[in-house]
Each structure stands twice: as structure tokens, then as C-alpha cells.
Write a protein that binds this ligand. Sequence first.
Ligand SMILES: *Cc1c(COP(=O)(O)O)cnc(C)c1O
Length: 398
Amino acid sequence: MSLQHLRNYLEGRTQSRTQPICAYLYDLVHLRARADSLRQSLPPQCKLFYAIKANSDEPVLKALAGHVDGFEVASLGEIHRARAVDDSIPIVFGGPGKSDAELEGALDQRIMLTHVESEHQLRRLDWIARSRNQVADILLRVNPAFVPQQATLRMGGQATQFGIDETQIPALFELIPTLPGIRLKGLHIHAISNNLDACTHLALMQHYFDLAEAWQRRYGLAFDWLNVGGGIGVNYANPNAPFDWNSFCAGLSALIAARQPRFQIVFECGRFLAADCGYYMSEVTDIKTSYNKHFAILRGGSHHFRLPVSWQHNHPFMVLARDSWPYPFSRPAVHDAPVTLCGELCTPKDTLARDVHVERLRAGDCVVFLLAGAYGWHISHHDFLSHPHPERVFLDNY
Ligand SMILES: *Cc1c(COP(=O)(O)O)cnc(C)c1O
């Protein structure tokens, strides 16, 4: 989506004093093209799945079906969302808290692989599958003892609720052959989120290969799949310096050539696929100065777009100027100064960017937050304070 598309949207919407602009815009053309290009640059032994929790809107799933190898889901609700758009797309199912209903639903809905996160979950799945004369194909989700890297969030390499400690995995290799409802297909490791560095991500892949190969040798196993999770990052602090996907893929190709693994490698990316297809646009409804600091108040805020608050970062944005001004009195503005962008909620937490320099920002202008396609609307508490929801626009075929 170009700047022009954003402006077109603004112009197409008649300016209304009583209904300030507040909208999410999603670029489905870009989303598909991005999925194609990411998938094509991966080595042939790799699959690219989409982790739908990043953005599970139907138009997004429809746009991606056929452009990714499958969907990763984390609840029965997500299984239904995925199946509603595609009855046959491969689905893999993760999550630490799968209920019996969810395990049954996974069997009903022909899930390709269930990622088992504990011994109890394993035994329940076996028991349920056997009672239905089925066999569930699974990956064991490993919490590796060592994660050689830093990232925004960590689900592994330390004590967490996710997966099974590396040290507890061998006991399950011995248990599984006694469980007729379970067929072990490989390993799943999703240990970090938002890694921005291709080199450390490659080191992580190498470490996962080491783990998988050592266990295969030691326990005489032949894995079909190594799911290396998502966690490839989006550089919110500097959108012009993204994760270097091409060099990551080149390194991964070399790693695969050197190791010749028999297993296929699955990526299940959410953020890296969907973030840059989304824009959150919001009109400035007031500008004020408080004890020498400038504040812009937006129609909208963290109840629509919780990500910057959740991560305590300044979210990147741009200003779209709008020249008309409906009131017969002066227009509040800030020029060439730092400004803090706040939402309309009655909490000081509702701040989307703090002390960021702007050339000019006036009441009636719009602010557009970039990289809002993943973990934006879907992680937000939409009804807190009962403001109207944003318009949500899915642009396709432009
Ligand atoms: C959330 C999640 C993902 C996607 O993570 P991103 O950081 O969005 O790529 C993948 N796998 C699992 C198990 C997850 O929980």
C-alpha cells in the first residue's frame, strides 16, 4: 500500500466533524506478495506456515491460503477460523492449555500435527485418540536448555509454561512407543519472539538441528519434521533496518547442505508475515501542552492498538496532513517539537509514542501507525470505555 492509497482512503471518506477518522487498513495484495516472496526464498526443504494468532481476520486468512504451506493455530476457535476459509489447508496446533474438547476438535478437523506441550497432554491425546480408533501425529514441543540469543519475549531457554524441558524429552521418547494413539513425527521449538538478527537466528537453527540430530541418533528415531517456530522479528524502532531474510535463507541453505537432514523444516511465522500489511490510522482530536510537553490526543488508542503499550515502545508513525478545518476558531498545532501521542482512554498507559519529533502536527491531521498488521487489533481490549470501534478496511485488487 502506498502513501497514495492511504490518502485516497482519507479523501474518499468525507470529512466529518462528528466522526473523526479511526481505521485499520490492511493491504492484502502486499500480504500475498510478501508470503510468496518469503516462501520462495526459503530452501526447498522448508515450509512456511502462518501463525494465525497474529491476525486471524477472515480476509487475511483467505488472502494467505494458497500462499503459505499451512496455518499454525493455538485454540479450537482458531481451528474453526482456519477451516472456515479452507477445508483442506494443513493445520498445526500448538498451545500449553489444550482442553479435551480441543484435542477432540483437532482429531475431528484433521489436524496435520498436534504440538504436545506436556506429558499429561500427551497421555490425554493418546487416550482420546484411542477411544476414537485414531492415531494422532504429533511433534513434541521442546523447551531447550540453552537459547543462544536475546529477543523481546522468551518462551524457552529458561523456566516457562511452554513445552517440555529438554532434559525431560528422552523419557517421552521411551513412553511414546507404549501409546498406540500417538505417532511421533518430530520436534517443535518456538523459544523466542521478535528476533531482529539473522545471524543469531541462524545460530538458533543450528542449535535446533544439533538437538534433533543427537536425539535421532541416540534413540534411533527418524523425524519427519522439525518445526523451528516463528519469532522472526519486526524492527519497530527502525523499520528501514528489517531482519535480513535473504542472508538468513542463504545461511540456512548452507546449513541444510552441510547437514543433509532427512526432516523437513517448518517455519510458523506470524509477526514477520503480517506486520507490514497493516496500518492504523487515527485523527488528532486535540493538541495540548502540559508543563512544557506537547501531547496529541487521538481518536482511538491502545484499546484498538495495544502493541506499543504492551511492549513499551514508541510505535513508528507518519503524519497525514489534512487542510480543512471546520471550526471558526484557531487550530491547535505543534511545530518542530517532540510530541507524545495518546489515545482517548482515561489512563496514562494509553500512550502510543512518547516525545517523538514532528515537523508539524495539528488537530484534524491524521497519524498513521505502520507495522500494525500483526498483534494489533487482535490483542487489544476493544470495549474498554465503550468507544466506537475503528473502521476495518481490507484492500484488495487495487
Ligand atoms: C505466537 C507463536 C508463533 C508466531 O510467533 P511470531 O513471533 O509471530 O512469528 C509461532 N509458534 C508458536 C507456538 C506461537 O505461540
